[in-house]
Design a protein around this ligand. Structure first.
Ligand SMILES: Nc1ncnc2c1ncn2[C@@H]1O[C@H](COP(=O)(O)OP(=O)(O)OP(=O)(O)O)[C@@H](O)[C@H]1O
Ligand SMILES: [Mg+2]
Length: 350
C-alpha cells in the first residue's frame, strides 16, 4: 500500500548518475523528467565513494531545474546481504520483535552496523511456516550516500536495491508474472551484476556477481594496449567512424561468455536446490545489456529466450522536459532509476 506523490528516482552508479521522475495520475503514469550524468573513473570503487565531490556536483547539475527534491536512492549491492529464510508462521507484530534475533543467525555482519529490513514473501499455512526476505545493508554506506544527497540539497526518503527496483520496473511495465512461471531479471551495470529469480509471483533467489561492463573495457584495454577511454569507445561501437579492431569483438565474446557461464551456474544451482520450474523468460537491463553478444551468450548457455528489459513500458515521456535522444541512448541504463521513481512518499509494509 502506498500513498502520496512519487519520489524522484536517483540511481548513483559507479559510472554515471541516472535520474527519473514519474507522475501518476488516475492510474496513468508518465515520465516527466530524465537526466544522465557520467562520472569520472574511480568515483566509486567496490561500492565505496572515493570522489564525493564528483557525485555532489553531478547531482547539483541534474537537479538544477528540478523543483521536486524528495528522492529515492539506490545503495549498491557491495555491502548488502539478501537472505530468504523460513520462519514459523507469526503475526507482523511478533515478526517485528523476532526479526533481530533471526538476523543474528543469518547475517554475518555486526547487527549494530547494519540496517535490517524484511518482507514476508509467502505464507505456507499447511506447514505453519512462512518465507521471509531478510535484507541487511551496512549503515556506513547508506549514511555516506544519503549525506551526499543532502549535500546536494536533496531529501532522501527511501533507499532501495538494484534487484528490487528492477523488479518493480518489470512488474509495472510487463505485469506480474503468473505464479506458474519463472522469470529471471539480470541487471548488468559497470561494476556489478545482479540476478533476481521470480517464481510463484515473488523473489525466490538473488545473487550478486562482482563483474560487469568494466571488465570488458579492461580486457579490451589489455589486449590492445590502449587507454580506458579508447577501449570504452571501441566497446560501445567504435570511434564514430565505424572502425573497430578485430580483437574487440573477440574479447567481448570471451568476457560475456564467462559472465553468461556464472549466470548459468546460478540458475542451475537455483533449479537444483529449489525444485522450481524451468525458467521461461530472461530480461536483461543495465548499460551492459546494450551488448547483444551478452544476451546471445545467456540465451545459448541457459537455453531460454533473452530480451532487453524496456523501462519505457513503465512510463512514456510527457512534455518537452525529456530529451528523446538521451532517453533512447540510455534506456537500458534507466531501469533502476525508473524503479526508484515508482516509490512513493508514504508506504506501508504489505
Ligand atoms: N552502448 C553500449 N554498449 C556497450 N556497453 C555500454 C553501452 N552503454 C553503456 N555501456 C556500459 O554499461 C556500463 C554502465 O551501465 P550502468 O549505467 O547500468 O552502470 P552503473 O549503474 O554506472 O554501474 P554499477 O551499478 O555497476 O555501479 C558501462 O560499463 C558502460 O561501458
Ligand atoms: Mg547501476
Amino acid at each position: 500500500m502506498s500513498e502520496g506523490k512519487n519520489l524522484v528516482g536517483v540511481d548513483i552508479g559507479s559510472s554515471s548518475i541516472k535520474v527519473a521522475e514519474i507522475n501518476e495520475k488516475r492510474g496513468r503514469r508518465s515520465l516527466v523528467s530524465f537526466g544522465y550524468h557520467p562520472l569520472p573513473g574511480e568515483t566509486i570503487v567496490d561500492g565505496h565513494v572515493m570522489n564525493s565531490g564528483a557525485i555532489v556536483e553531478g547531482l547539483q547539475k541534474l537537479f538544477h531545474k528540478q523543483k521536486r527534491r524528495d528522492v529515492a536512492l539506490r545503495v549498491s549491492g557491495h555491502s548488502v546481504i539478501i537472505k530468504k529464510i523460513t520462519m514459523p508462521q507469526m503475526t507482523a507484530a511478533e515478526l517485528e520483535e523476532q526479526i533481530n534475533w533471526e538476523a543474528e543467525q543469518h547475517i554475518p555482519f555486526d547487527l549494530a552496523e547494519v540496517e535490517i529490513d524484511w518482507n514476508v514473501l509467502s505464507h505456507r499455512t499447511e506447514q505453519g511456516q512462512m518465507d521471509v526476505l531478510l535484507v541487511a545493508a551496512k549503515k556506513e554506506e547508506i549514511n555516506d550516500l544519503t549525506n551526499l544527497a543532502v549535500e546536494a540539497r536533496l531529501r532522501p526518503r527511501v533507499v532501495d536495491l538494484d534487484a528490487f527496483t528492477v523488479q518493480n520496473a518489470f512488474e509495472a511495465g510487463y505485469g506480474a508474472p503468473p505464479p506458474d512461471q519463472t522469470v529471471v531479471l539480470i541487471h548488468v551495470g559497470a561494476s556489478l551484476t545482479t540476478l533476481n529469480i521470480l517464481a510463484e509471483g515473488t523473489t525466490s533467489f538473488t545473487r550478486d556477481i562482482a563483474n560487469g561492463g568494466n571488465q570488458i573495457t579492461e580486457e579490451i584495454q589489455r589486449a590492445l594496449g590502449i587507454s580506458a577511454e579508447e577501449a570504452e569507445a571501441y566497446k560501445c561501437g567504435g570511434d564514430g567512424r565505424g572502425l573497430v579492431p578485430r580483437e574487440v569483438p573477440e574479447v567481448i565474446s570471451q568476457v560475456v561468455d564467462q559472465l553468461a557461464g556464472e549466470i548459468q551456474r546460478s540458475l542451475d544451482f537455483y533449479l537444483a536446490t529449489s525444485g522450481g520450474v524451468e525458467v521461461s523468460r530472461v530480461l536483461v537491463s543495465g548499460g551492459t545489456a546494450n551488448i547483444r553478444a551478452l544476451l546471445d551468450a545467456i540465451e545459448r548457455r541457459c537455453r531460454v529466450p533473452v530480451e532487453q528489459l524496456d523501462p519505457l513500458r513503465v512510463a512514456q515521456p510527457d512534455g518537452k522536459k525529456v530529451d528523446p535522444a538521451l532517453l533512447q541512448a540510455r534506456s537500458a541504463q534507466a531501469a533502476v532509476a525508473f524503479g526508484l521513481a515508482l516509490r512513493k512518499e508514504r508506504e506501508k509494509r504489505t
